[in-house]
Write a protein that binds this ligand. Sequence first.
Ligand SMILES: [Zn+2]
Length: 386
Amino acid sequence: MKKQNLLIKYGLPEDVRFCKKCTVSNQRPRITFDESGVCSACNFAEYKRNKVDWNERERELIDLCDRYRKSNGEYDVIVPCSGGKDGSFVAHQLKYKYGMNPLTVTWAPLKPTEIGRRNLDSFIDSGFDNILGKPNGVVTRRLTKLSLVHLGDPFQPFIYGQANFPMHMALKYNVSLIMYGENGEVEYGGDMTNAYRPDRDIQDHDKQYFSGMPPEFWEEYGISQADLKPFKSPSFDKLMENETKIHFMGHYKFWDPQENFYYCTENTGFKINPERSSGTYSKYASLDDQFDGFHYYLGFIKFGIGRTTSDSAHEIRDGKITREEGVALVRRYDDEFPKKYLQEFLQYCDISEEELTEVIDSWRSDHLWEQKAGVWCLKKPIWAED
Ligand SMILES: [Zn+2]
């Protein structure tokens, strides 16, 4: 299998550097570091803590709700929500604190977990209308395999739907406002273009979420236009006509995933996983899909940034753990292979274990990986920093 060139594909710096404050490295696509070696996400966390007047931001939110509230029985805001802690927090606050009438929309996981499904049901039971979008299983499986091989990420078809389904529903129900949780690019490191505004341009989708490969890309691989339709964005003209706006709750409310978790435990019946998720120490984030372990594991292979790195980096920024604790956790869990759902994943993608290993190895860049006595090792892990 042809080796992928990640330096070119993602414009990664060849020299691996870690943030001085958290555990993330400069290999995270689109992240930037300042002259003192601190990442954009850590600087943004400082800004959130020290510079933002959150009372003022809440007034902005109340203004926004006043502008969009319909009070005629129609939905007035679309909230993308899997039943997880973040979307549930947003929907619950908008409905019960700010008097909105949200329609919550869920793009189905590739393969739902029991706990994920239960959390979605409890969320709906706590007082919300919900529409579940579930695309053709054959097409989704083919797209999952194609993305695994050609993008090094089996989650791409899910990401298409997650980004585009809420816009389809916004058009269908004549709702102009879509409220997401946090702006991941800004909170976790990435493109800072939208850091200081409450919304983002719909055009940014392609660049930030689709790695420059929108659903149309797969026509070349024999997926028909009709089969790709549920994954595609609605037409730009229609979105403009509907005056569709995408806002982030993280702009209006201090965004703290752990606090969202406590909030949803109390208000939407959210339950944590009894066991930690593979590749990390955490039990409360990203619980919905049996295959998300493969998404995170491939991220670890491609960028040296596994699930523990991501979890610990934001928990350090949120003041929940120290950098030293974060580094120890990364060392312990970051490289863990998601073996729990391996058989289901192989079957789903119609791929053998040997083929999967070949695909994984094709995404190991020489600037990150070397073999020592037949075992793949990171050349510069965070615990061996100079
Ligand atoms: Zn940092």
